[in-house]
Design a binder for this molecule. Structure first.
Ligand code: SF4
Length: 365
């Protein structure tokens, strides 16, 4: 089944596919020059005193071996490490001082969050401070009623489970060592634990199933929808596969993983046969004005697309959050991205604000 058959409106499909930039080269040049001038004159997004979203990587270790992920492929240039609860709490306290800025804490980046023993304490700590909490998992850690209930009781707002296939053989093609039956039974346990607590008024966490469209699974969207309906999850998310050009063997990975129907991809094929991200990089990035990304070693990077930590803005185990968030290094990075995004290598190939990469298909009543 193709995205075109998913039942979305033409407009939704157009956003999802968001293919070619309608502007000519001259118009793009004009737009960039104007943007640069406006930035220099001070007409740009004001920097808030603190981020509204804190993205923390609980650990950079994973139990699976996905080939397009630097952790799964074994090329992440950081030693394996889990953040401690005290380290997390210290960061959180700083992000909440002064209060009124931070709204949301996301707990994942390059690693499986549930391999961090303090994950649910971190969630509880953030939830107790009135913050939204969100984590993403490969779904193999809910092997009993006890852990399922602990997840539900933690105060977690949103739980995303990745399942890129309707059977064991298909998910194993990308998520090496994943167990299809364990993932499904784990989701059922979470939903059952939530149902038990519903009588006391608890509706969280929202449970989402995410399906990444790739060559080996692109025909399974309809089967996945049936699985999602049978499980009774709250949301079904169809996402295009992301392959960083910073990954060794980008072209080989793209040949192997991109769906045959490139309409269901964030990449297009150039005349020379190579792959490139759809759309134009444009100027500016909302992300670096709203979100602070902290790796498990305390390093602050501009966003999750900095897979090799090329732009470390500071380290939260040695510096204060205010010093890094408001510091000259981060300000200079925002200015460079604001003036001309394609001059910053990690931003040149980034889909943020450029091409839609996910589509939320259903929300249960
Ligand atoms: S890589 Fe993308 S999200 Fe990250 S700073 Fe650049 S434009 Fe923003």
């Amino acid at each position: 089944m193709r995205i075109a058959e998913c039942g979305w409106s033409n407009e939704e499909q157009a956003v999802f596919r968001s293919t070619r930039n309608p502007h000519s080269t001259i118009r793009n040049l004009f737009r960039r020059t104007l943007q640069k001038g406006l930035w220099k004159l001070g007409f740009h997004r004001a920097l808030p005193d603190r981020p509204s979203t804190l993205m923390v990587e609980p650990t950079n270790v994973c139990n699976l071996h996905c080939p397009a992920c630097p952790t799964g492929a074994g090329i992440l240039n950081r030693p394996p490490r889990a953040m401690s609860f005290d380290e997390f709490r210290n960061i959180l306290d700083q992000a909440l001082d002064p209060p009124g800025y931070l709204r949301r804490v996301t707990l994942f980046n390059y690693g499986e969050p549930f391999l961090c023993k303090d994950l649910l304490r971190m969630v509880r700590c953030a939830a107790d401070r009135g913050l939204e909490t969100f984590t993403s998992t490969n779904g193999q850690f809910f092997g009993g009623e006890k852990i399922a209930d602990e997840v539900v009781a933690s105060g977690l707002t949103e739980l995303l489970v990745c399942l890129d296939g309707a059977d064991q053989e298909t998910i194993s093609r990308y998520r090496k060592d994943a167990n299809f039956d364990e993932i499904l039974s784990g989701i059922r346990r979470i939903l059952a634990a939530r149902a038990l607590r519903r009588s006391s008024g608890q509706a969280a966490p929202i449970v989402e199933l995410q399906f990444i469209v790739m060559k080996h699974n692109e025909s399974q969207v309809e089967r996945m929808r049936r699985i999602e309906a049978d499980l009774g999850v709250d949301r079904f998310i169809v996402k295009t596969v992301g392959i960083s050009p910073a990954m060794p063997g980008f072209e080989r990975l793209a040949e192997e993983l991109l769906p045959a129907n490139l309409a269901d991809s964030r990449y297009e094929r150039r005349a020379d046969g190579s792959f490139a991200l759809k759309g134009e990089p444009g100027c500016g990035c909302e992300y670096v004005f709203s979100t602070l990304v902290v790796n498990s070693n305390g390093d602050v990077v501009p966003c999750c697309y900095d897979i090799h930590s090329e732009h470390v803005m500071g380290n939260l185990f040695r510096q204060s959050l205010a010093e890094i968030w408001l510091g000259e290094k981060f300000r200079d990075f925002r200015r460079r991205v604001g003036e001309r995004r394609d001059a910053v290598p990690i931003c040149r190939h980034c889909p943020e604000g450029r091409v839609a990469i996910r589509k939320e298909e259903k929300v249960s009543p």
